[in-house]
Design a protein around this ligand. Structure first.
Ligand SMILES: NC(=O)C1=CN([C@@H]2O[C@H](COP(=O)(O)OP(=O)(O)OC[C@H]3O[C@@H](n4cnc5c(N)ncnc54)[C@H](OP(=O)(O)O)[C@@H]3O)[C@@H](O)[C@H]2O)[C@@H](O)CC1
Ligand SMILES: [K+]
Length: 480
C-alpha cells in the first residue's frame, strides 16, 4: 500500500523527529536523497549544468544543499534566488562554499541547463506561483533541461491536488518522508512526473491511518475473493444487474460483462435488454419483472443505460443487500432513501454526475476531487467512487478511513461504456463479500490494469476489450 499524509500530519511528525536529531540533520537527509536522484537522472554529474530555483523557505534550503553536493561532484551549479533576503542561510553558505554560483540572469543559465531543481515552494506553498516566479518557471519548462521538483512541484496544493494558478511541471519529483495527497491526485499529480520517495526517518512518527492510500498488486491480490473447494455459485455470491433499456441495450451487456469477471458465482440480469445480454452471455440468469421479484442476490448494480426507470432504482434501494448505483441510477437517486439504508451503498459518479449530486459546477468537482468525493460520501452516508483520471473512493465515516486513490488509471479508459464495465465488476466484488471501499478500489485497479493489458494487444481499445482483459489482469495481480 502506498500512503499519503496531509501537510499538518507531516509537520507534526517532523517536529517529533527533529527533537531527537541534531539541528539540520533532517534537511541533510533530504538533500542527500535529492542529490542522489539528480545524479541518477543526469547519468554523469561531472560537467553537468544544473540550475537551482530557490524560494524563501526550507524547500529552497533542500535544493541549495543538494546543489552543493552536485557542485562538489563537479557539476556547474547556478542558483536563482527568488527571495534573496529570505534565502535559507545555511543552505546558501554550503552552496557557495562548494563552488555554486548565485546568478542575476536566470534566463541565461536556464537556456543551457541539463537539470533544473525546483525549490521554489514545498509543503509551505499556497496558491499558484507568484508573478515573479512565473517567467523563471516558464523558462525552465521551455528549456531542454530535466526538471526535478523538490518535495512537490511548486504551485500545486499539497493537501488536495488542486492547481489554482500556474505551477511548474516536473519530469520527476523527489518527495521526503511520505507521499503528499497532491502527488497522487489530479490535476497536481500530472505536474509531478515520476515520483521518488526518499526516506528520512519520518515513517515511525506518522499515525497508522493515512489520509490517502493507493493499492498495489499485493493488496489487490489479498482482497480478491478466492473460490474455495466447496464453493457453489450461490456461496460465491450472485450479483443482480439492473441496467440497459430498449434504447441502450449495450450498457446492460457491458455491465454484465464486467460482473461476470468479478468473482461472483452468477449474474442475474433484470431489465429490457435480456435478449442482447443472453446473445452475448448465455450463462446469465435473466428476469423480466421488477428486481424485488427476481430472486435472491448478494448485491445489486443499478443504473447503466437504465433510462428513466425510477421504480427500479427505488426497488433496489429498498433491498437489504449492498447496492451500487451508477449512471442513470444516480440521476434518479433519492438522497434520503440512500441515507436510510441499513446495507451499504456505493455510488460511482463521474465528475459531471458528482457535480449534479452535489449541486455544484462540474469544474469545481474536477479541480477539487478529494473534497468532492469526501463530501459526496458524507452527504449520502454512502461510499463514493469518483471516476476520472485518478479515481477516488471515500467511505461514509469521514477521516477515520483513508480515501483510496487508484494508481492504475489510463487515458485509454475514456471510452464509451467503460463505466458500465466498472460498475458490473465492482458490483460483482460486492456480491462476493468485499466491503464497498475495497470493492470500488479493487474494481478500479483491475479495470485500469485490464485496459493496460488490452492496449498491449493493440490500441485503440473498446470497453468490451477491457472486460475481456479482466481475467488476465486478475491473473497478473495474483501471480506476481
Ligand atoms: N516536513 C519535513 O519533514 C521536511 C521538510 N523539508 C523541506 O521543507 C519544506 C517545507 O519548508 P517550509 O515550511 O519552509 O515551506 P516552503 O514550502 O519552503 O515555502 C516557504 C515559503 O514560501 C512562501 N510561499 C508560499 N506560497 C508561495 C507561492 N505560491 N509562491 C512563492 N512563495 C510562496 C511562503 O512565504 P511568504 O512569502 O508567504 O512569507 C512560505 O513560507 C518541505 O517541502 C521540504 O522541502 C525537508 O528539508 C526535511 C524534512
Ligand atoms: K518544489
Amino acid at each position: 500500500m502506498r500512503t499519503a499524509y496531509s501537510v499538518e500530519t507531516v509537520r507534526n511528525a517532523e517536529t517529533e523527529l527533529m527533537a531527537r536529531l541534531p539541528e539540520g540533520a533532517l534537511m541533510q537527509r533530504a538533500a542527500a536523497g535529492l542529490a542522489a536522484a539528480c545524479a541518477d537522472l543526469l547519468g554523469r554529474v561531472y560537467g553537468a549544468r544544473v540550475v537551482v530555483l530557490v524560494g524563501s523557505g526550507d524547500n529552497g534550503g533542500d535544493a541549495l544543499y543538494a546543489g552543493a553536493r552536485l557542485a562538489r561532484r563537479g557539476a556547474g551549479v547556478s542558483a536563482v534566488l527568488l527571495a534573496p533576503d529570505r534565502t535559507h542561510q545555511g543552505g546558501l553558505a554550503a552552496f557557495t562554499g562548494a563552488g555554486g554560483r548565485v546568478t542575476d540572469d536566470p534566463f541565461e543559465v536556464l537556456a543551457v541547463a541539463d537539470l533544473v531543481l525546483d525549490g521554489i515552494t514545498g509543503i509551505g506553498g499556497k496558491g499558484g506561483l507568484r508573478p515573479d516566479a512565473v517567467p523563471v518557471a516558464r523558462a525552465a519548462r521551455g528549456s531542454d533541461a530535466v526538471v526535478v521538483a523538490v518535495d512537490l512541484p511548486s504551485g500545486v496544493e499539497a493537501d488536495s491536488g488542486e492547481v489554482r494558478g500556474e505551477a511548474l511541471r516536473a519530469d520527476a519529483t523527489v518527495t521526503f518522508g511520505t507521499y503528499k495527497p497532491g502527488l497522487l491526485i489530479d490535476p497536481a499529480r500530472e505536474y509531478a512526473g515520476t515520483v521518488r520517495l526518499v526516506g528520512i526517518g519520518l515513517e515511525a512518527h506518522l499515525p497508522s491511518v493515512p489520509d490517502l492510500e493507493a493499492l498495489q498488486h499485493a493488496d489487490v491480490a489479498r482482497l480478491l475473493p478466492e473460490p474455495a473447494a466447496e464453493s457453489d455459485k450461490y456461496r460465491r455470491g450472485v450479483v443482480g444487474v439492473v441496467a440497459g433499456s430498449a434504447r441502450y441495450p449495450g450498457a446492460a451487456v457491458l455491465a454484465v460483462a464486467g460482473a461476470l469477471r468479478g468473482g461472483a458465482g452468477a449474474v442475474r440480469y433484470v431489465g429490457h435488454a435480456a435478449d442482447a445480454v443472453i446473445a452475448r452471455f448465455p450463462e446469465t440468469l435473466v428476469h423480466a419483472g421488477p428486481p424485488a421479484k427476481a430472486g435472491r442476490v448478494q448485491a445489486w448494480v443499478v443504473g447503466p443505460g437504465l433510462g428513466d426507470d425510477e421504480e427500479a432504482v427505488r426497488d433496489v434501494l429498498a433491498s437489504d443487500v449492498p447496492v451500487l448505483v451508477d449512471a442513470d441510477g444516480l440521476r434518479l437517486l433519492d438522497a434520503a432513501a440512500v441515507r436510510d439504508r441499513d446495507a451499504p451503498t456505493l455510488l460511482t459518479p463521474h465528475a459531471g454526475e458528482a457535480a449534479a449530486l452535489l449541486g455544484v459546477p462540474r469544474e469545481e468537482v474536477e479541480s477539487s476531487r478529494l473534497a468532492s468525493v469526501r463530501e459526496l460520501a458524507a452527504h449520502y452516508g454512502a461510499t463514493a467512487l469518483l471516476k476520472g483520471s485518478t479515481t477516488l473512493v471515500a467511505g461514509p465515516d469521514g477521516s477515520r478511513t483513508p480515501v483510496r486513490v487508484n494508481p492504475m488509471g489510463t487515458p485509454w479508459l475514456a471510452t464509451a461504456g467503460s463505466g458500465d464495465v466498472l460498475s458490473g465488476l465492482a458490483g460483482s466484488l460486492l456480491a462476493a463479500g468485499l466491503e464497498p471501499r475495497d470493492a470500488g478500489s479493487v474494481a478500479a485497479y483491475l479495470h485500469g490494469l485490464a485496459a493496460r493489458h488490452a492496449v498491449a494487444e493493440g490500441a485503440p481499445i473498446t470497453s468490451y476489450d477491457v472486460a475481456s482483459a479482466l481475467p488476465s489482469a486478475w491473473h497478473d495481480v495474483t501471480h506476481t
